[in-house]
Ligand binder design. Structure first.
Ligand code: SF4
Length: 473
């Protein structure tokens, strides 16, 4: 009798080509790139190599595209910064010359690679997908192995459609129960990272299990898998189920007709066997998770919004004490202050973590309760999400509440397109990284859910979204 396997092991085994010592050569079903992949194209040209399977490479303009609607409407030549304009144009040229799938600045299917990819059906259950971006873990929400890779690995994929990998261990993270009022998928993943630490998943492929994830929509699951890398995880899988199949069916690159039936039959075999053994098991109770916010410069510093900034004196070790002191200094925070008293200068609702239609709906629900006191940007993750939100009237809700409605792209998540915080500015951001300078040199980032970000815009401080929704604030 075949031995029990985890979902990760099943998908991994289906992609093995050969093995040398502890390295395995794996077939890559789909590869995602963006403007940052220019060195890969340079090397292809320098070495006279061609792309092995161009039909399996998908290229997205996202990191460098402007999100100012006026510049966007005026087209690529209107991008004022020469370097940024050059990056956008270079990807278009390289992608077109290479005959790969390309979603450029003017394309109605353009979007952040981890948002537009699933929308197009590029990410489906059971595949091995590699992206030139660490948050490629997002796609694992559909029940596949997805991870980010560096330039030399992407080059290897381009010319061979394969990648050498060391097999990671497996970690199952189980969250059972119902999420409380005002608690969202972002709060769940922040609570997980707070529990296991920002390196807690290192060397592991994570699998999210339990009723909290089963009850989530695909969009919510993608928020969770997206931040697997922030826990140090190599990948972040969620077993495919009817929610997954319903989301994937009919999308452009999803199987069709008889191939669809065969694919679903295969996908139903992918979930981990009941008696599969994971190297590490972690569990949380959904009822214990509150609206959450980070106070420091890594996602592990996530605490309930009702908490206080910690004191270095309470640290469990000298190293931890020094780390807390350093973060407090950078974030300009005092130990013991209420997290909900931290003033905010700018709000960013967007990124591949939280720019999908449900994120915008959740933010709009809060925005209805007041007016933004500080600049607050809404940056949809793709053109199709922007169009859907406008069809639902969400853009009008945001504009009436003083939020700024912008064009799709990575934007303030990574500040490469010129959207950035000024030194010393502090944001409530729905993105995934609060590292020093991530949103602009000297900028300070507090990670939150879209609902919490909208609440911060209305209040001008980090605030408990539940008080706004209940009308207490
Ligand atoms: S939104 Fe941020 S994390 Fe996501 S792909 Fe863009 S830069 Fe990377």
């Amino acid at each position: 009798m075949a031995s029990s396997k985890t979902m990760f092991e099943k998908i991994w085994d289906q992609h093995v080509i050969t093995q040398e010592e502890d390295e395995t050569l794996l077939y890559v079903d789909r590869c995602l790139i963006h403007e940052g992949s220019r060195h890969t194209f340079d090397r292809l040209e320098r070495e006279g190599r061609t792309i092995a399977e161009p039909d399996k490479v998908f290229s997205f303009s996202d990191h460098y595209v402007p999100t100012d609607p006026k510049i966007r409407d005026a087209g690529v030549d209107a991008i004022p910064d020469e370097k940024i304009r050059g990056m956008v144009k270079l990807l278009a040229k390289n992608s077109t010359d290479s005959n790969i799938h390309f979603y450029g600045i003017d394309d109605p299917k353009q979007g952040i690679l981890h948002v537009a990819g699933p929308e197009l059906g590029v990410s489906i259950p059971g595949i091995l997908l590699v992206g030139a971006d660490s948050h490629t873990s997002t796609h694992g929400a559909l029940g596949n192995i997805s991870f980010g890779a560096g330039a030399s690995e992407i080059f290897h994929i381009m010319v061979t459609q394969t990648i050498w990998q060391r097999k990671p261990k497996t970690m199952r993270i189980t969250v059972d129960g119902e999420l409380g009022f005002g608690v969202h998928a972002k709060d769940v993943i922040l609570a997980i990272i707070a529990k296991i630490g920002h390196g807690g998943g290192a060397g592991h492929a994570l699998e999210y299990a339990g009723s909290a994830f089963r009850n989530m929509t695909m969009e919510q699951r993608m928020t969770v898998s997206n931040m697997s890398i922030e826990a140090g995880g190599r990948a972040g899988l969620i077993a495919p189920d009817e929610t997954t199949f319903e989301y994937v069916e009919g999308r452009e690159f999803a199987p069709k007709g008889k191939q669809w039936d065969a694919a679903v039959a295969n996908w139903k075999t992918l979930p981990s066997d009941d008696d599969a053994v994971f190297d590490t098991e972690v569990s949380l109770d959904a009822a214990d998770i509150a609206p959450t916010v980070t106070w420091g410069t890594n996602p592990e510093t996530a605490v309930p919004i009702t908490a206080h900034v910690p004191s270095p004196n309470d640290a469990p070790s000298a190293d931890k004490k020094a780390e807390i002191e350093d973060m407090l200094e950078y974030m300009e925070l005092k130990p013991g202050m209420a997290v909900a008293d931290i003033p905010i200068d700018k709000v960013f609702i967007g990124s591949c973590t939280n720019s999908r239609i449900e994120d915008l709906r959740a933010a709009a629900e809060v925005a209805k309760h007041g007016k933004a006191k500080i600049p607050a940007w809404i940056v949809p993750g793709s053109v199709s999400i922007k169009n859907q939100a406008e069809a639902e009237g969400l853009d009008k809700i945001f504009e009436q509440s003083g939020f700024e409605w912008r064009a799709p792209g990575c934007s303030l998540c990574t500040a490469l397109n010129g959207d950035k915080l000024q030194p010393g500015e502090r944001s409530a951001s729905t993105s995934n990284r609060n590292f020093k300078g991530r949103q602009g040199r000297g900028g300070r980032t507090h990670l939150v859910s879209p609902a919490m970000a909208a609440a911060a815009a209305i209040k001008g401080t980090l605030t408990d979204v539940r008080t706004i929704l209940r009308g207490d604030a």
